[in-house]
Design a protein around this ligand. Structure first.
Ligand SMILES: Cc1ncc(C[n+]2csc(CCOP(=O)(O)OP(=O)(O)O)c2C)c(N)n1
Ligand code: SF4
Ligand SMILES: [Mg+2]
Length: 351
């Protein structure tokens, strides 16, 4: 009955956040995905994170490519700006939108096929440019929408539902994002909301390229024995390096931890990420170490999750280009046309 509109009624007892919205104000249309798809859990985590962060829905621009994962922006933040682009081309459209208007909060949603197969070049470039965005990859190792072909993130030796073996080496998007210069790199699991929601909150507050590779099982085509992207496999091989709490600038930091080492990282906007280390040797401030750590554990068949790298001094694309602060659509003729004298000066400098 997914063609039925969701009832707009809000129960009067629903809690409101600081900007006056209930959690339901962050929902979208009824999902048409298979019941049990990991992607729906990620949509629920996005809704929770945006509600907790007191984000006004109209300040968010959500962009995606093509795939079951890329359909999901229809199922959350129904009052935000949305752009469903071409397969694998979301990053360039997001970059253009961000250059035109830096006042919006950019949320890119993609799949492993969308980002690691057809969109690999776009994924790499958007990471190295420092576009201020949260980029979520809903990674199930298959092309769910086109009925389960292996994607470029499928592990070598993993088996399809029909028993075929994947012989190609996998692309690890976390490692690629680290190599390309992303300043917030994490991995999550759709089945672990308590880890995922704070990761999304911290990524949204990060002032630079933030990416979360989220393992998100496809129950229709990749949830069997022999798959390394199934619920059972990820639950059994999940190695969380840290658990994090996220505090926006205005929030008082009160939580205390008993055992375990705790690291606090203050981000550019004043927000604080508090990491409770589960692996004492893990340092989220060391890009090179993060790469080797992820690879060492992958070789042992372990899927490392948590906040893997954070550069709290990230510099975003607008800073690098020294562009005008105001959104381009608010500029008038005077700002857009500096006059003949300025043009003469530019031409003279090029002679
Ligand atoms: C240019 C182009 N090539 C191929 C397709 C066919 N196609 C649609 S979705 C898709 C793969 C989607 O896989 P993924 O991004 O992993 O999303 P999922 O459905 O698994 O969430 C493909 C190959 C297309 N729509 N456009
Ligand atoms: S086919 Fe797979 S990815 Fe697509 S909705 Fe169904 S479970 Fe989710
Ligand atoms: Mg996929």
């Amino acid at each position: 009955m997914t063609y039925l509109a969701k009832p707009k009624l809000h129960h009067p007892s629903l809690a409101k956040n600081r900007v006056g919205y209930t959690r339901r104000d962050y929902e979208g249309r009824i999902s048409t995905l298979c019941a049990g798809c990991g992607h729906d859990s990620i949509s629920a985590a996005i809704i929770q994170a945006c509600w907790e962060l007191d984000i006004e829905p109209h300040r968010v621009a959500k962009l995606s490519g093509i795939g079951c994962s890329s359909k999901t922006p229809d199922y959350f933040l129904g009052n935000s700006h949305g752009f469903n682009t071409v397969h694998g081309r979301m990053p360039s459209v997001l970059t253009g939108a961000y250059l035109a208007n830096r006042e919006l909060i950019y949320l890119g949603v993609s799949g492993d096929g969308d980002s690691a197969s057809i969109g690999l070049g776009q994924f790499a470039h958007v990471m190295r440019r420092g576009v201020n965005m949260t980029y979520l990859v809903e990674n199930n190792g298959v092309y769910g929408l086109t009925k389960g072909q292996f994607s470029a993130t499928a592990d070598k030796g993993s088996k399809s539902k029909k028993g075929q073996t994947n012989n190609d080496a996998p692309i690890d998007l976390v490692t690629l994002a680290l190599v390309m210069g992303a300043t917030f790199v994490a991995r999550g699991f759709s089945g672990d909301k308590s880890q995922l929601v704070p990761l999304i909150r911290a990524a949204l507050a990060h002032q630079g390229a933030a990416v979360i590779d989220i393992l998100s099982p496809c129950i229709a085509f990749n949830n069997h024995g022999g798959s390394t992207k199934s619920y059972d496999y990820v639950r059994e091989h999940n190695e969380a390096v840290n658990r994090l709490d996220f505090f926006p600038q205005r929030e008082e930091i009160t939580a205390e931890y008993g055992a375990g080492e705790v690291t606090e990282v203050r981000q550019h906007d004043g927000s604080v990420v508090r990491l409770r280390k589960l692996h004492a040797d893990y340092d989220p401030g060391d890009r090179i170490r993060a790469m080797s750590y992820v690879q060492e554990h992958a070789a042992r068949g372990e899927v490392v999750t948590g906040l893997l790298y954070l550069d709290s001094d990230a510099c975003d694309l607008h800073q690098q280009l020294d562009t005008v602060e105001a959104p381009l659509n608010t500029l008038g003729a005077a700002e857009l046309c500096p006059g003949l004298a300025a043009l003469e000066k530019i031409n003279a400098s090029l002679r």
